[in-house]
Design a protein around this ligand. Structure first.
Ligand code: PGA
Length: 249
């Protein structure tokens, strides 16, 4: 089964209105690289402007609330993202699991809300450094998968992003063998739960992906794409990663 490569930019809390032009440049350059799906998840404040400036492109949120609406000051609901033209949403990023105390159950509810609103979902998992060093990374991540992946969904609309916490924004990257082992274990767990549908789910790698290491990472078994933070903020840094995705597809 061939899965199209998926390269996603997570802009985190970066970008004022002037950055919309950078997103346009990224999407325009992506057209030179057939065979790879490209998405950008800017801060909530830029989604509407980006959708207007780059119609038809895959633009998404970095989080959503699990409720459809209500008294949740400061939160954004999945139907609101869909309403302004977002196509996808990231849930369970480690910066939210750690910084905002989100549990697996919270992440599962958010994923369900995103899917119910018609969005595609990128659900993040990943182990902290001490768990990697103690040899428990695979067990840790499979427990996150068991607890945070919902039961019923179109496999093409839910991707997993494996992002070791110690690799995010640090310049550190696991060995290709470790990435392959983790992605294989995730695929196996998904197959155990969802059968053949697991073949249609994309598993992305994230954590210090850049133009230099992207080709190797994206060419690794069971790596179907990349979730990219710092190197997704400019076309100059992001387009080489998109090109690597296309070349490995
Ligand atoms: P990074 O972030 O590419 O800056 O390491 C990845 C992420 O947190 O999604």
């Amino acid at each position: 089964m061939t899965r199209r490569k998926f390269v996603v930019g997570n802009w985190k809390m970066n970008g004022l209105s002037g950055a919309v032009g950078e997103a346009q440049a990224i999407f325009a350059a992506a057209d030179d690289h057939a065979g790879v799906d490209v998405a950008i998840c800017p801060p909530f404040t830029l989604i509407g402007a980006m959708v207007a400036a780059a119609p038809g492109r895959a633009i998404g949120g970095q989080d959503c609330h699990s409720a459809e609406s209500g008294a949740f000051t400061g939160s954004v609901a999945a139907p609101m993202l869909a309403d302004i033209g977002a196509e996808l949403v990231i849930v369970g990023h480690s910066e939210r699991r750690e910084g905002f105390g989100e549990s697996d159950a919270d992440v599962r509810a958010k994923a369900g809300a995103g899917l119910a609103a018609g969005l595609s979902v990128i659900l993040c998992v990943g182990e902290p450094r001490e768990v990697r060093e103690s040899g428990g990374a695979i067990d840790f991540v499979l427990a996150q998968i068991a607890g945070s992946v919902p039961d019923d969904f179109d496999p093409q609309r839910l991707a997993i992003a494996y992002e070791p916490i110690w690799a995010i924004g640090t310049g550190l990257v696991p060995t290709v063998a470790d990435v392959a082992a983790m992605h294989g274990a995730i695929r196996g767990a998904l197959a155990g739960r969802f059968g053949d549908a697991a073949d249609r789910m994309r598993i992305l790698y994230g954590g210090s992906v850049n133009g230099e290491n992207a080709a190797e990472l994206l060419g690794t078994g069971d790596v179907d794409g990349a979730l990219v933070g710092g190197a997704s903020l400019t076309a100059a840094k992001f387009v080489p990663i998109i090109a690597a995705g296309a070349a490995s597809g």
